[in-house]
Design a protein around this ligand. Structure first.
Ligand code: C5P
Length: 240
């Protein structure tokens, strides 16, 4: 049993591991959530839903408050557009940005756009809701797991800083790609929480033990009756 002061110390030590997905429809709701989470959460992810309702302004505000920000934009385009788009995100001063790691040309263009900024580029390899039949539909005969590894190697060779990977993929990627290469893992469910539409879920501790550097958690925190307590419980469950 951890005493409350010990609980706080552990939470502060491990806070960098936890990225909370601000999957809410408006910046006003996101701000209210950030206020409730207080100093328990230091790293936030902004995705498409929030992007179109003040998400970028909120990203700037969070940075001004000393928080870290992950823009989950999953960019994919021709080289010139990738390079200029990523350069623009880098100028905002955000910390993480996702691209689709499908081909060397777009990966290398994104890396060029990042330049020597502090922005970390993370490649999405294969969306976790796709199975072998979905890949076959695209003319791809590889298994999702093999394609994930192939694209992760491409991302690493192209200069990306890491990948988004499920807890099930994290250990294999960690072993194959080594360090320093970030593994950021969504699909996190503490024991006893609803999986919702996620299928390949792991617990927060299992993801870290499998080699994830950061876990991305949405609904188990954002829809909890007490989001701050839910975040602190997750942090307390992580291996130090
Ligand atoms: O609510 P939940 O914890 O399932 O939210 C997970 C977050 O991680 C969502 O913002 C989702 O878009 C994101 N994500 C994911 N699987 C991926 C990539 C991103 O669940 N492969």
């Amino acid at each position: 049993m951890v005493d409350p002061a010990g609980h706080d110390r552990i939470a502060a030590l491990l806070a960098h591991r936890l990225i909370v997905a601000l999957d809410v429809p408006s910046a006003a709701e996101a701000r209210a959530l950030v206020r409730r989470l207080g100093d328990a959460v230091t790293f936030y992810k902004i995705g498409h839903e929030l992007l179109f309702d003040g998400g970028l302004e909120l990203a700037r505000e969070l940075k001004a408050q000393g928080k870290r920000v992950f823009l989950d934009m999953k960019l994919l385009d021709i080289g010139n557009t990738m390079e200029r788009g990523v350069a623009s995100a880098a100028r905002m001063g955000v910390d993480f940005l996702t691209i689709h790691g499908h081909d060397s040309k777009s990966i290398r263009a994104a890396v060029k756009g990042r330049g020597d900024s502090a922005l970390k580029l993370l490649a999405v390899t294969v969306l976790t809701n796709l199975d072998a039949a979905d890949l076959a539909e695209q003319g791809i005969s590889m298994t999702p797991a093999d394609l994930v590894l192939q694209r992760a190697c491409l991302a690493q060779a192209g200069g990306c800083d890491g990948v988004i990977a499920s807890g099930e993929e994290a250990a294999r990627l960690n072993a194959a790609l080594g360090r320093p290469f970030l593994i950021v893992t969504p699909g996190i469910r503490p024991l006893g929480s609803a999986s919702g539409d996620q299928s390949r879920v792991v617990t927060p501790a299992a993801a870290i033990l499998a080699g994830a550097d950061h876990i991305v958690v949405g609904r188990p925190i954002t829809q909890a009756a007490d989001p701050k307590a839910a975040a602190l419980d997750i942090l307390a469950s992580l291996p130090v």
